[in-house]
Design a protein around this ligand. Structure first.
Ligand SMILES: Cc1ncc(COP(=O)(O)OP(=O)(O)O)c(N)n1
Ligand SMILES: Cc1nc(C(=O)O)sc1CCOP(=O)(O)O
Ligand SMILES: [Mg+2]
Length: 528
């Protein structure tokens, strides 16, 4: 069950077309989450939320039902607990046969059920255990009484890779006063960590007087405050179950813990935003739409998985003026850059008319995706949405990254230009995937651009929690010096004029690619 096993395979993001083989090497095994939880007849929370979340995240989900509840948007009208021996039978059926990757627990309504679950997990170990210590429903109804607290503390928490209590659950597990501040949440996360789980996230959704939804994540060493905008909606029933099952789904796909938690938070935030106006039931708390992506303008997703930082290695950024000057179409320029070795492309078409830009962006999307290269759009979220690009790059005076994230959803790539440590920190909080840092050298491509130099780049890279691509005046003569700084988080260089303001884009991209490869292998030799 040790979570290190998940970490050791963390590079294996499963793509739709690339899932691991089964033991006979002929069939595909999808990532698999088993949820051990209660059924919610209203289908907003519990087993039903877990099934929908896993389906939305492309993960197979099996179920062990611990209780059947009669509930709706008004509250919980009845609970029928499944006998322990039948919980055991379900656990055995699934765990003995189905190669479960991750177990996620929700409502565990009796001491006996917590106990038989712990025993089954010892008998059939899985790669990770996500424990959502469900005690009270969003309507305030008690789903697991105080009698199970001791069993939780002694049996389940020490086995857990992550626990995901809300404020009330955290104080119940600790037997302490109500948590009222982020500082209280940090102290609680630390104390809960001492009970055995490898990671803790204390969810602050119910924190009074907070504009953002703040969760505190603790990995045993560092605290992270994960913020998302508070969506104004009554449709929040089941958010806790969905967050935990999304974490489980991401772990099952091979993610490591912090990225899994961040994706899960984004997933729930985006689902709430999509569902804020739906009306189901007459009570005060409605369900949200877990499978919102099926309805998002019929968009097809080219990329099942999140961002791969190594894509930043040779980042080609187009420029409409330069293409015009050399009499080239955007599509020809992009094709040549890809053939030369570009690993990601950004369309930075400052002067293009919207109509023409969209046509070109659609064509470039097809070219990039046929080569497995991500395509980002500079500044224009509308164009990115309309052509279903892989994401956007925004600067400090463009659309804020947090808003772009809400508009684009959890899957798309968002890059932010940062010149300072503070901007880099904010980009991380806002849910960006990478930062662009520059200008490393003076440039004629961007007017009045402040040059931060190699030292400025190093400072930002060292402080950044996100991968970094260097930009500004970079070419084949100086790219080696940039990469040989070998500063942490620096993944590559972004280049405009040294590729696109040249006679032959293919030759220049090949040249730059060779320089970057040499620098990477020299850095590798030095560090070994
Ligand atoms: C990879 C990368 N980094 C930085 C920028 C600059 O973005 P921004 O600050 O928004 O400036 P403009 O490109 O919009 O002029 C970038 N485009 N790409
Ligand atoms: C678009 C851009 N952003 C920068 C920043 O510092 O954020 S520098 C820059 C221009 C990069 O073009 P070239 O490779 O031709 O110097
Ligand atoms: Mg911009």
């Amino acid at each position: 069950m040790a979570y290190t096993q998940v970490l050791s395979t963390s590079c294996m993001f499963y793509k739709e077309d690339r899932v691991p083989m089964t033991s006979d090497n002929s069939k595909m095994k999808p990532p698999h989450v088993l949820t051990v939880a209660g059924s919610d007849s209203g289908a907003g929370a519990g087993i039903q939320a877990d099934l929908k979340t896993c389906a939305a995240r492309g993960v197979y989900c099996s179920t062990v039902i611990t209780a059947v509840t009669a509930q709706n948007t008004v509250g919980v009208q009845g609970v029928n607990i499944v006998p322990e021996d039948f919980v055991v039978e379900q656990l055995k059926s699934v765990l003995s046969d189905m190669q479960v990757d991750v177990v996620k627990t929700g409502m565990l309504p009796s001491v006996g059920i917590v106990s038989v679950l712990s025993q089954s997990l010892h008998e059939f170990p899985v790669r990770a255990l996500v424990v959502d210590p469900v005690m009270v429903s969003t309507s305030g109804d008690v789903l697991a009484g105080p009698s199970i607290l001791a069993e939780f503390r002694e049996e389940l928490l020490p086995m857990a890779d992550i626990i995901t209590p809300n404020l009330k659950e955290a104080s119940a597990l600790l037997g302490c006063q109500q948590l009222k501040t982020v500082s209280d949440m940090r102290s609680a996360a630390k104390l809960l960590h001492e009970m055995g789980p490898r990671y803790v996230i204390v969810k602050g959704g119910d924190l009074p007087d907070s504009l953002d939804a703040v969760d505190v994540f603790f990995d045993g060493q560092d605290f992270y405050e994960l913020r998302s905008s508070r969506i104004k909606t009554r449709n929040t029933h089941g958010t806790g179950c969905s967050l935990a099952s999304c974490i489980a789904a991401e772990l099952a796909k091979g993610s490591s813990m912090l990225p899994a938690v961040k994706v899960a938070k984004r997933y729930v935030e985006t689902a709430l935003d999509y569902s804020k106006d739906i009306a189901i039931g007459n009570g005060t708390q409605g369900p949200f739409d877990h499978i919102f992506r099926l309805k998002s303008n019929g968009q097809k997703s080219h990329r099942q998985v999140g961002f791969n930082p190594s894509d930043l290695f040779l980042y080609a950024v187009t420029d409409s003026g330069m293409n015009e000057k050399w009499g080239r179409s955007i599509t020809d320029a992009v094709k040549a850059a890809i053939e030369g070795g570009a690993t990601i492309v950004q369309l930075r078409e400052k002067d293009a008319e919207t109509h023409k830009f969209l046509e070109a962006a659609k064509a470039c999307c097809e070219i990039c995706h046929s080569h497995g290269i991500p395509l980002l759009i500079n500044d224009r979220i509308d164009i990115a949405l309309a052509c279903d690009a892989d994401g956007v790059h925004v600067g400090q005076s463009d659309m804020p990254a947090s808003v772009a994230r809400t508009l684009l959803g959890p899957e798309k790539i968002i890059g932010v230009s940062c010149k300072t440590i503070e901007q880099a920190h904010q980009a991380w909080i806002d849910g960006a995937d990478y930062i662009g840092c520059g200008g490393v050298y003076p440039t004629n491509t961007k007017a009045n651009n402040l040059t931060v130099g190699l030292e400025g780049l190093k400072t930002v890279c060292k402080a950044s929690k996100l991968p970094v691509v260097a930009i500004g005046g970079i070419n084949a003569s100086n790219a080696g010096s940039v990469m040989e700084t070998a500063v942490q988080n620096l993944k590559g260089v972004a280049v405009v004029s040294a590729l696109f303001d040249r006679e032959c884009i293919l030759t220049e991209t090949r040249k730059l690619h060779a320089v970057l490869k040499t620098a990477a292998s020299m850095t590798l030799q030095r560090t070994h």
